[in-house]
Ligand binder design. Structure first.
Ligand code: AMP
Length: 365
């Protein structure tokens, strides 16, 4: 494999454009770049950290995700753009989209960036979203709690991920201190859903409107961060069509091109939407080894105008995330049917450093 090149925004434009520009240089950009290479496509990544995971396999530009100039430098060098990182200024993306196609729709990204808009949008499309209320300068937590009751979860409307920017409220005594910490930051209070389990569904829509869905994944979180995903989730016969219906509504409403993930709570046989992500998702990492076509390949296929691949699973599988520390990788590599992915990131508390997918021989095992 040739060594990936680092380009500078002022370098002359390449003779032929890269097939795909990826905004975000983390592990999702790494896995997307590998999938693109396997399809014979060239990728250029925009990363804000030299040496980040995706730069190990893809040519890259180092810049800021919120600099119109750096995003433009990426767009000028690529035929199509996508993103693996959600906290990008949507106005910049809309502007880029006028000259270079960008998928999935920045309009859906704008909604997914704001938990309040997202919940309202789910409801407007007939997707159950639980009970929630806004928290802002006009509506303090106490008022919102009158609507949701307790226990409830307070989340900042924007920039929260992996349980960050969240507070669990079990008693009204906690409210003054949490209100003080929150300050003026707009937030949403969500009634705590007494879920039986957490599920996610990943779907992909092609440019011609064809949609395909992976089987539901069952997810377990530790401290708000995904710990394991198992596929296919057991006992989902009535839930799979319902989850597909919800996700299809989102994909079609926004005429999405690419992968979108919907995180769901299963509660007494019903599905309640927690959030959506217009991108490949951590719960779908096991599709690399377990599915006919991985979520990464299907995303690249969709955004680059290629036909979608099959989303069926050839194996049942479980994915284990490595958060904060990595286990003994070489030992895991010797374990049969275990596929280890090391993101080559410096260890840090709550940081995703890698994952391993263990395949079962058959779906029924
Ligand atoms: P989020 O950042 O919204 O994905 O939340 C992280 C995790 O917190 C979820 O995967 C759930 O385990 C838990 N959680 C978030 N919101 C709720 C809710 N309304 N009710 C119950 N658990 C929740």
């Amino acid at each position: 494999m040739t060594t990936p090149k680092r380009l500078h925004p002022t370098d002359p434009l390449p003779q032929s454009p890269y097939d795909l520009g990826i905004i975000g240089g983390g592990q999702l950009g790494w896995m997307l770049s590998i999938a693109a290479k396997q399809l014979g496509l060239r990728t250029l990544v925009l990363t804000d950290a030299p040496g980040s995971t995706a730069t190990l396999v893809s040519d890259h530009l180092v810049g800021s995700y919120n600099s119109a100039g750096d995003l433009q430098a990426l767009a000028q060098r690529c035929s199509t753009l996508t993103y693996e990182f959600e906290n990008v200024d949507v106005q910049h993306l809309v502007a880029l989209g006028e000259s270079t196609p960008i998928h999935p729709s920045p309009r859906l990204l704008a909604i997914a960036q704001d938990r309040w808009l997202e919940k309202q949008h789910f409801e407007s499309l007939g997707i159950p979203a639980g009970t929630y209320a806004p928290v802002d300068q006009h509506a303090p937590i106490t008022r919102a709690a009158e609507r949701t009751g307790l226990p409830a979860i307070l989340k900042t409307r924007r920039f929260g991920y992996d349980g960050k920017g969240q507070w669990r409220l079990t008693s009204s005594d906690q409210i003054p201190a949490i209100q003080e910490q929150l300050g003026d930051t707009p937030a949403i209070l969500e009634a705590q859903v007494p879920f039986d389990r957490e599920l996610s569904i990943i779907g992909v829509r092609a440019k011609d409107g064809q949609c395909k869905f992976y089987p539901l994944f069952e997810n377990h979180h530790v401290n708000g961060i995904l710990d394991t995903s198992t596929a296919p989730a057991p006992n989902t016969a009535p839930l799979q069509p319902l989850a597909e219906q919800y996700l299809r509504t989102l994909l079609e409403h926004h005429q999405v091109v690419g992968v979108v993930t919907l995180e769901l709570f299963e509660c007494q046989g019903e599905l309640i939407a927690n959030e959506c992500a217009p991108r490949v998702h951590n719960s779908g990492h096991l599709t690399i080894e377990a599915a006919s076509t991985s979520q990464f390949e299907n995303h690249v296929r969709a955004v680059c105008g290629l036909p979608l691949g099959d989303t069926n699973l050839n194996h049942a599988a479980t994915m284990q995330n490595f958060v904060g520390t990595l286990p003994n990788v070489s030992e895991l590599q010797r374990t049969p049917h275990c596929h280890v992915h090391d993101y080559k990131k410096a260890p840090r508390a709550a940081r995703k450093l890698g994952h391993a997918t263990t395949l079962k021989h058959s779906i029924s095992e």
